[in-house]
Ligand binder design. Structure first.
Ligand code: UD1
Length: 368
């Protein structure tokens, strides 16, 4: 049985890495298709090498562009690929533009869709990823969820229970597999940082970095953090260009961080694992810090991953300087939230997904 596995952007890669061998173990042949949404070595190729993801069978090479362009191009270029190979399922992961585009293309071609990380909702429909999640889930045949609230969200949207499977978090499979190597790496040392005595900052959400006032408000808080705790800031290409565009990169009053290139998987995991605190607007990092037990201040008003705040180390602090500073000072004074590892974040989620797919296809054959 052939299934097509679609990846496009950085957060997809760690989610599919454990799926490829797990599918093979069940006798399912994965055909890996890269849409090319992310293309720089630091945003794509390096992850394939470090996570031993096989070279994609094909790269659609869509590249950068507006959201409409990206979604349309993935659909257009996938039609031929999917028509030629007619996989039993198309597996899509997460919530990026490539995810929703591949789900729609498969659905229109009458190919079943399995969505890994289904059912997450931030409640903020202004966020492109929220619409990507809602649309993808509405047309998926198998909804594979990473935390219990996802099933509740999907049921509320009318998805029948038998399509929903709680399998856990494949990104945490990858984290568990690689944490030993990441710890040995000590990526903080060449940066002149000491274990547990620095902060990591990541920012790339359009809602934060596309507005000069919000970006400045966050950087003011970062300047405060930097007075007591060195801040290392791997710069996403979008953020780098906005800092330049808004004239915020050369301002001495906002120079509270050390900017570095976007990090590949192992150095980033190493940096996060040894940090005192992580400040981020990423979705995945909220989950990774929960699995690592490192305090996380999320620079957003909402999260689609609420288990990281109820059971994990995550707090929503928004983008206002004062609330970020107050939360940071609380962490610095030792007020870290109690946390536990969420259910089924146990390193075996990819195995569960492969089992669900095997059963689903066996049932289909019986029905025919
Ligand atoms: C995308 C995802 C977001 C995810 C993020 C991780 C959507 C809607 N957004 O956002 O959910 O959290 O990836 O990074 O799919 N660029 C490069 N090199 C690259 C890739 C991008 O320079 O390899 C630059 C380009 O200028 C591009 C910009 O970054 O226009 C943004 O890339 P894009 O794929 O449009 O979205 P992200 O902001 O990365």
């Amino acid at each position: 049985m052939l299934v097509s596995v679609i990846v496009g952007a950085r957060p997809n890669f760690m989610k599919v890495a454990p799926l490829i061998p797990a599918l093979r173990e069940r006798g399912i042949t994965p055909r890996l298709v890269h849409t090319g949404q992310h293309y720089d070595r630091s945003m794509s190729g390096a992850f394939f090498e470090e996570l031993a993801i096989p070279e994609p069978e094909v790269n659609l090479g869509i590249g950068s562009g507006s959201h409409v362009f990206q979604i349309a191009e993935v659909m257009r270029r996938l039609e031929d690929e999917l028509s030629r190979h007619r996989p039993a399922y198309v597996i899509v992961v997460g919530d990026v533009n490539s995810t929703v585009a591949a789900a729609i293309a498969a659905n229109r071609l009458g190919i079943r869709v399995a969505h890994v990380e289904a059912g997450l909702r931030s409640g903020d429909r202004g966020m492109p990823e929220e619409m990507n999640r809602i649309i993808t889930d509405a047309i998926s045949d198998l909804l594979l969820t990473s935390e219990p609230v996802a099933e509740h969200n999907l049921r509320r949207e009318g998805i029948p229970a038998e399509r929903i499977h709680f399998v856990g978090n494949t990104m945490i499979d990858t984290l568990r597999r690689h944490i030993g190597r990441a710890i040995e790496l000590r990526a903080f040392e060449p940066l002149g940082l000491r274990q547990g005595e620095y902060a990591v900052l990541t920012l790339h959400r359009p809602s934060n970095v596309d507005f000069a006032d919000r970006l400045e408000s966050i950087l003011r808080a970062v300047a405060h953090v930097g007075r007591s705790t060195p801040v290392v800031f791997p710069l996403h290409p979008r953020t780098e260009s906005r800092l330049r565009q808004f004239g915020l990169d050369g301002r001495s009053d906002l120079a509270g961080y050390v900017a570095i290139r976007p990090q590949s998987y192992l150095p980033m995991l190493s940096l996060m694992n040894s940090a005192r605190v992580v400040l981020t607007d990423s979705g995945g990092i909220q989950e990774e810090t929960t699995a690592l037990g490192v305090p996380c201040l999320t620079l957003r008003e909402s999260t689609e991953r609420p288990i990281t705040t109820t059971q994990g180390t995550n707090q929503l602090v928004g983008w206002h300087t004062d609330s970020i500073v107050a939360a940071f000072e609380a962490v610095r004074s030792g007020q870290s939230p109690h946390h536990r590892t969420p259910d089924l974040w146990d390193g075996r989620s990819a195995e569960r997904i492969a089992a669900v797919l095997e059963n689903a296809t066996a049932n289909q054959r019986r029905v025919r």
